[in-house]
Design a protein around this ligand. Structure first.
Ligand SMILES: [Zn+2]
Length: 645
C-alpha cells in the first residue's frame, strides 16, 4: 500500500514524501478505521483527508468551522486539479445550485460545509440523497465540552453521521488535552490505537514571559517589535485595544495595522492579503486573526494581553515559525486583565430564571403534535441568555431527551419568475403543472416578488411542506425562478415526560455553573503556567499529553533563569459600597419602569461589570451611569458585595 500511496502523493500533490503522522493516518482510513489525528497547526493535517478522499469511492464531506479555512483548502485542491467545493452562506443561489448539481453527478470529490448547514432542511434533503464515504471534522476539539472552543452544534455530529450512514470518520485537531482526546474519540467510537499524535514540542519557538506593568506595556512592546526581523502578530483581547496599540506602534514609526471582528469584511480581507503578501509587517489583532492564515515565515507572536487559555496561547504562538526557522514568542503579563478574561466566562452562564423561561416556553407553546418552534434571536432576547449559551442549552435539552430537532425551515420564502408563468408551466406535465399552480395560488405577489403563504398552502390543501420546498428548489436550480429564504426556524419534537420534570431547570443550571467553574479554573491554570519555575516548553508539551519534549529546552525565559511572578499594577479604583447600591437601585427602577421585576443578582453583577446581555441591549441599560461602574473588579468580588447587601 505504501508505494501506491507515495506515487499518489507525488502525482496529485507533488510531494515526494509524507510528513510525520500522515501516512499512518491515511493507511488506517483506507483500512476502514476511523481515526483521530492530532498534529500541530501547519504540519499537514489536511493532506490526510485530501489524499484519502481520492482513494474512496464516494463523496468526502468536510465540516469546517471557518469559511476562510474552507476557501483556502478549496483553492489549494482546485489548483491540484481536484474538484472540491463548498456550500456556504457567501454563495449566490446559482453558485450553490451548480455545486449541488455537481455533487449529485459525482463530479465533486470533497464537499465542505459548516456545522450550521445541517440545520438547513434544504441541505439535509439534499445531502440525504448522496452516498458519502467519509466525514471529516476539522477543529474537532470543538466537540468537547472540556475543550477551549466548545461549539454546541458539534455535539450533534455523531448523530448526523449515523443518519447519513457514513462509514468512516476522520477527526482533525491541533490541540487536545488528554481529557478532550478521550472525549472526542469516544463520541465517534475511535479505537485508541487509531489516534495519531505527533510531537507537540517546537524547538524553533523561543518562549518569553515578561512581568510588565500596564503603564509600561506600550513602551516594552515598541522596544520588542523594534528588535524583531520579519512579520509578526500582536494579540490583544479587546477591539479598542487593537486600535490603540496599532496607533501607538505607528506613532513610534513601526508600521502596524489593527485587525478585529468590528472591521468591515473587505477591509479585513485586505489586511489579510497585505499581510500574506508582506506589505504589512505587524498586525495587532484580537483572536479573530490567524485561523485562516497560513503564512510560514511569521517571526514573532506577542501577547500584549493575557490569552484566554493555555490552548489559545499554544494555538496563537503556533502560528510563528512554521517554516522551522527560529521565532520569538513574548507574553507581556500582569494580573490587570484577569477580570476581563474572567468576565467573558461569567457573561455566558444563563441565570436559572432564563433556563426556566426557555423550558416554560417549550411546555406551553407546543402544538398538538408536540412540535415546538423556535427562532434563536427572539428566544435569546426573551430569556436573556446569550446566543452561544442558548445553543448550548438547546443541545443539552436534546441530550437529556427533552426535545429532538425535527427540521429547520425558513419562515419566509420569496420568489420571482425568471420566465413568464405560462412558459414555465409548459416545461412540466399536467400533474406537476397542477401542483405548481397550487403553490403559485398561495403566493402573494407584490410587483415582481411573491411571498409564499406556507400555512394556507399546507393546512388548506394538505400539501407536504417538503414537497413544496423541493419543487421551489428545483425551479430555482433550473433558473426558472429566483428564490430567497429568510428567518430560520427550528422545529423540535417535545417529550412531555422529560420537559415536565421539575428538576430539569436546576439540573441544567448546575451544568452551566460547573462549566463556568471549569473555565475559571482554566484561567487559573493559565496564570500558574506563566509563573512556572520549570521549563515552559516542557510543561506546555505535557499539558497536551506529549511527554517526549526535553525537560529543559534552553530557549524559554525560565530556562534562562527569568521565571516571573505576575502582579496587579493598576491602582485599584475603589467604589464606595453606598454608590454601588445606589446604582443598582437605579437599574432596578429603570427595569421596573419597563415592567421587568425579579431582576436576579447575576444580572445586577453583569450590570456593574459592564457586560452585555440581551436584556440590557433591549432596555437601553448601557445608558445608565452605573453600567460598568465596577469593570475593574473581579466578578466574584462584585457578587460577594451584592450578596452581603
Ligand atoms: Zn525551557
Amino acid at each position: 500500500m505504501s508505494a501506491t500511496l507515495l506515487s499518489s502523493l507525488e502525482q496529485h500533490f507533488g510531494f515526494k514524501q509524507f510528513r510525520q503522522g500522515q501516512q499512518q493516518t491515511i493507511e488506517q482510513l483506507l483500512n476502514n478505521q476511523s481515526s483521530l489525528a492530532i498534529f500541530p497547526t501547519g504540519s499537514g493535517k489536511s493532506l490526510c483527508y485530501q489524499l484519502t478522499a481520492l482513494h474512496l469511492p464516494n463523496l468526502t464531506l468536510v465540516v469546517s468551522p471557518l469559511l476562510a479555512l474552507m476557501k483556502d483548502q478549496i483553492s489549494f485542491l482546485n489548483d491540484k486539479g481536484i474538484y472540491a467545493a463548498s456550500l456556504d452562506s457567501s454563495q449566490t443561489a446559482e453558485q450553490s445550485h451548480t455545486v449541488m448539481g455537481d455533487v449529485r453527478a459525482g463530479k465533486v470529490k470533497i464537499l465542505m460545509v459548516s456545522v450550521e448547514r445541517f440545520k438547513n432542511e434544504r441541505f439535509r434533503e439534499f445531502i440525504n440523497q448522496i452516498a458519502i464515504s467519509m466525514l471529516v471534522i476539522d477543529e474537532a476539539h470543538c466537540i468537547s465540552e472540556w475543550g477551549h472552543n466548545f461549539r454546541p452544534d458539534y455535539l450533534k455530529l455523531p448523530r448526523y453521521r449515523e443518519e447519513l450512514n457514513i462509514p468512516l470518520v476522520l477527526l482533525l485537531t491541533a490541540t487536545a488535552t488528554k481529557k478532550v482526546k478521550r472525549d472526542m474519540s469516544e463520541r465517534f467510537a475511535i479505537a485508541p490505537e487509531c489516534i495519531v499524535q505527533t510531537g507537540f514540542y517546537r524547538s524553533n519557538l523561543d518562549l518569553s514571559v515578561l512581568s510588565v506593568k500596564s503603564a509600561d506595556k506600550s513602551e516594552t512592546l515598541a522596544n520588542i517589535v523594534r528588535e524583531q526581523q520579519g512579520p509578526g502578530i500582536v494579540y490583544v483581547t479587546l477591539q479598542h485595544t487593537a486600535e490603540q496599540v496599532a496607533e501607538a506602534l505607528s506613532r513610534q514609526g513601526l508600521q502596524a495595522v489593527a485587525y478585529h471582528a468590528g472591521l468591515e469584511d473587505t477591509l479585513r480581507y485586505g489586511i489579510q492579503d497585505d499581510f500574506m503578501a508582506g506589505k504589512i509587517n505587524v498586525v495587532v489583532a484580537t483572536i479573530a486573526f490567524g485561523m485562516g492564515i497560513d503564512k510560514s515565515d511569521i517571526r514573532f507572536v506577542i501577547h500584549y494581553d493575557l490569552p484566554k487559555s493555555i490552548e489559545n496561547y499554544s494555538q496563537e504562538i503556533g502560528r510563528a515559525g512554521r517554516d522551522g526557522q527560529p521565532s520569538q514568542c513574548f507574553t507581556l503579563a500582569n494580573l490587570d486583565g484577569l477580570n476581563t478574561v474572567e468576565n467573558f466566562v461569567y457573561g455566558d452562564t444563563p441565570e436559572l430564571s432564563g433556563i426556566e423561561h426557555v423550558i416554560n416556553d417549550i411546555r406551553q407553546h407546543h402544538d398538538q403534535q408536540q412540535h415546538w418552534e423556535m427562532q434563536e434571536y427572539s428566544l435569546s432576547s426573551d430569556s436573556n441568555i446569550r446566543q452561544l449559551a442558548l445553543k448550548t442549552l438547546l443541545v443539552q435539552l436534546e441530550m437529556q431527551g427533552a426535545i429532538t430537532p425535527l427540521y429547520a425551515y425558513y419562515a419566509d420564502f420569496k420568489y420571482k419568475f425568471l420566465e413568464d408563468k405560462a412558459t414555465l408551466l409548459n416545461h412540466f406535465d399536467a400533474a406537476r403543472q397542477e401542483f405548481l399552480n397550487l403553490i403559485f395560488s398561495h403566493t402573494q405577489f407584490k410587483k415582481v416578488w411573491g411571498t409564499l403563504n406556507f400555512d394556507s398552502l399546507t393546512q388548506g390543501a394538505q400539501v407536504d411542506r417538503k414537497r413544496v420546498v423541493a419543487a421551489l428548489d428545483y425551479l430555482a436550480e433550473k433558473n426558472l425562478i429566483a428564490l430567497e429564504t429568510k428567518r430560520i426556524t427550528q422545529v423540535y419534537q417535545v417529550h412531555s415526560d422529560v420537559i415536565n420534570n421539575p428538576e430539569l431547570a436546576p439540573q441544567l443550571h448546575d451544568y452551566f455553573v460547573d462549566k463556568e467553574q471549569a473555565e475559571i479554573k482554566r484561567i487559573a491554570a493559565l496564570i500558574r503556567f506563566f509563573e512556572l519555575k520549570t521549563c515552559l516548553s516542557y510543561n506546555l508539551a505535557r499539558y497536551f499529553d506529549d511527554n517526549q519534549a526535553p525537560q529543559q529546552c534552553g530557549h524559554c525565559s525560565v530556562c534562562r533563569g527569568q521565571a516571573v511572578t505576575l502582579e496587579y499594577s493598576l491602582e485599584h479604583r475603589f467604589v464606595d459600597d453606598a454608590v454601588i447600591y445606589q446604582k443598582v437601585d437605579e437599574l432596578l427602577t429603570h427595569l421596573a419602569s419597563k415592567g421587568i421585576s425579579n431582576v436576579g443578582i447575576e444580572t445586577q453583577c453583569r450590570f456593574l461589570a459592564g457586560m452585555s446581555v440581551p436584556l440590557f441591549a433591549r432596555n437601553k441599560v448601557r445608558q445608565l451611569s452605573g453600567f460598568g461602574l465596577c469593570e475593574q473588579q473581579r466578578y466574584s468580588e462584585i457578587k460577594t458585595k451584592l450578596l452581603a447587601r
